[in-house]
Design a protein around this ligand. Structure first.
Ligand SMILES: Cc1cc2nc3c(=O)[nH]c(=O)nc-3n(C[C@H](O)[C@H](O)[C@H](O)COP(=O)(O)OP(=O)(O)OC[C@H]3O[C@@H](n4cnc5c(N)ncnc54)[C@H](O)[C@@H]3O)c2cc1C
Length: 541
């Protein structure tokens, strides 16, 4: 483990407990990682075609638990519920009722034991950061793991973005995959290890509220319920209170692969009758693939600024007190404070609130991006490294594109919580503050503060920094470095790694047009002059 301590459980199963593949037969371990379903599963389909016997396996990796793990206990609980559900899916599919097997330890060591006992090992090829790539490479060497594609991403070409949208579209509309449980035997590891054992060993305790139940069954139910109410989706996306019931709530199920993105696409395309809502929603599924493609193209997104010119931006400003105030929801900006407290208690925020809190953290408090991104990754139940870290870098401006999106937290109150219902839910100190003062509590006249009992500076903090001055200061610092950052996008390697929807030519165009310092920007509020980052969700080429 990263802290040097020993895991509380040994690596298991030990070699003698690993079943052998019967003579003259072929056996395949289906190594499940993030794809916790049996439907539309390219690996399962391929393994079932190639082997007489299957052994579905999940390996609890100590790296994701204890002090070295980055996920909150509630995300681990969601994972464990999804595993229990996957176990049921296998048991129902097969007459013998054989379920999912569990192992614990370094997956490479575990898989090598299966490989030595005669098993082929199949796993999904998917985008991961450096740890995952290294683990998969070691697994390939030690256990000859066969990595199967089939997630709609583009691989093995010079410019993955060339023709990308068409490629993804045909994947979305292709028939989903099936496997024939009758055509194979299922085997399992006799040793009894369950997700509950892991929870006991690592002391997993869930503390958040409103966390959805993990597993395919709950995911299918969520998908159906959302499709029934999808006509309300367009007007529910932005306001945090409306979004909680109005967006799909599918993100954790997609994150853990309880449902495939393609299944969701096809269900909504077939069953949703409201055209605009259907298009708006399915365009988000393209964004899901778009960010996955980014991590597939470059594993460094999780730990390094995509544009080297911007590496270390804000590092000299690091102030642990600002970071803590942001994490705890004590910045003095009510919309930010409500969002950050909601994130910690429920593990979910809608897109706009996620983006706004990034903007205030990086552009206004001017703190280095990584601790903020790690905080989201820890608390979000749906945290998908491929989306979280790439979104963070995009929202901060670490790619070096000429435009940036600022989210003014005061404007967000006026636009998306004018009655203060959401703010009052999460920031009880402000319950009695009149609505008019919620965008800027620090400007509340003293006599109003006295009559409502909200004392700025005592019961609720002054803003940590003055918004306009901080914004202006950020722009000065950012403008000074922007032309050099834009120019760097002309570098072939950087153009590839940033994986823009316009591909390598698009990155080079930015370098040509903006590398000389002639760049557009938004100084006034929410709307950038030209930002393909999140404004147009339907264009990918
Ligand atoms: C800083 C930041 C971090 C984020 N981190 C994550 C993350 O770790 N995991 C995650 O799933 N989403 C992330 N998002 C995107 C978005 O906020 C969530 O997908 C959405 O809020 C999840 O709720 P939902 O499933 O009800 O959304 P819906 O609006 O119902 O969307 C359906 C699905 O489309 C995909 N999707 C929607 N918006 C986006 C987007 N902007 N980018 C990529 N995919 C999208 C997701 O898979 C989502 O589940 C992040 C956004 C920001 C700004």
């Amino acid at each position: 483990m990263a802290d040097g301590g020993d895991p509380p459980l040994d690596t298991m199963p030990l070699a003698p407990l690993v079943p052998s593949v019967p003579d003259e037969e072929t056996g395949a371990v289906v190594w499940h990682r993030d794809e916790l379903r049996t439907a539309d599963h390219p690996v399962l389909t391929a393994a079932a075609r190639n082997a007489d016997t299957l052994l579905p396996l999940f390996v609890f990796d100590p790296q994701f638990y204890g002090d070295s793990g980055l996920a909150c206990d509630d995300r681990l609980r969601f994972l464990h519920e999804s595993l229990a559900d996957l176990d049921e899916q296998y048991r129902h599919a097969t007459a013998g009722g054989m379920g999912l097997s569990f192992a614990h330890g370094d997956p490479v060591e575990v898989l090598a034991r299966f490989h030595n006992a005669g098993w082929d090992v199949f796993a999904a090829r998917g985008p991961t950061g450096r740890y995952g790539r290294d683990r998969d490479e070691r697994a390939r060497e030690a256990a000859d793991v066969l990595f199967v594609s089939g997630d709609g991403l583009v691989r093995g070409t010079e410019d993955t973005r060339d023709g990308w949208a068409d490629h993804v579209e045909s994947w979305f509309t292709d028939e989903t995959l099936t496997w024939d449980p009758e055509g194979v035997e299922l085997d399992h590891v006799p040793a009894e290890l369950t997700p509950e054992d892991i929870e006991d060993a690592y002391g997993i305790t869930s503390v958040k509220t409103r966390v959805p139940t993990g597993g395919r069954e709950a995911g299918v139910e969520t998908l159906r319920a959302f499709t029934d109410r999808i006509d309300r989706y367009p007007e529910s996306i932005s306001a945090p209170l409306a979004a909680r019931e109005g967006t799909s709530g599918l993100s954790p199920y997609l994150r853990f692969g309880c449902l495939s993105v393609r299944e969701v696409y096809q269900h909504v395309a077939t069953n949703a009758t409201a055209d605009r809502a259907r298009e708006l929603f399915t365009s988000r599924l393209y964004w899901n693939r778009h960010y996955k493609q980014k991590l597939e193209d470059w594993p460094g997104w999780l730990d390094e600024a995509a544009n080297p010119v911007l590496a270390g931006f804000n590092a000299d400003r690091y102030d642990p007190e600002y970071v803590t105030a942001w994490k705890e929801g004590k910045t003095g900006y009510p919309m930010v404070d409500a969002a950050m407290r909601c994130l910690r208690e429920t593990g979910w925020l809608n897109f706009r609130m996620r983006a706004m809190c990034v903007s205030v953290y990086f552009h206004i408090l001017q703190q280095p991006w990584k601790p903020g991104a790690d905080w989201y990754h820890h608390h979000l139940i749906d945290s998908d490294s491929a989306i979280n870290y790439t979104q963070w870098q995009s929202q901060c401006g670490l790619v070096g594109k000429p435009t940036l999106r600022f989210y003014n937290p005061r404007k967000q109150v006026r636009d998306h919580d004018p009655d203060g219902e959401w703010i009052r839910r999460w920031v009880p100190e402000l319950v009695d503050l009149p609505d008019d003062h919620l965008p800027r509590p620090e400007r509340t006249p003293i006599h109003v503060q006295e009559s409502c009992g909200v004392k700025i500076g005592e019961t609720y903090p002054y803003p940590l920094v003055e918004y306009e001055a901080a914004k202006e200061e950020f722009w000065q610092r950012y403008d000074a470095i922007k032309p050099e950052a834009a120019a760097r996008l002309g570098d072939e390697e950087i153009a590839r790694r940033v994986s823009l929807s316009g591909g390598v030519p698009g990155a080079k165009r930015i370098a040509d047009e903006h590398g000389d310092g002639a760049a557009g920007r938004d100084r006034d509020g929410d709307t950038p002059r030209d930002s393909p980052i999140q404004t147009d969700l339907t264009r990918f080429e």
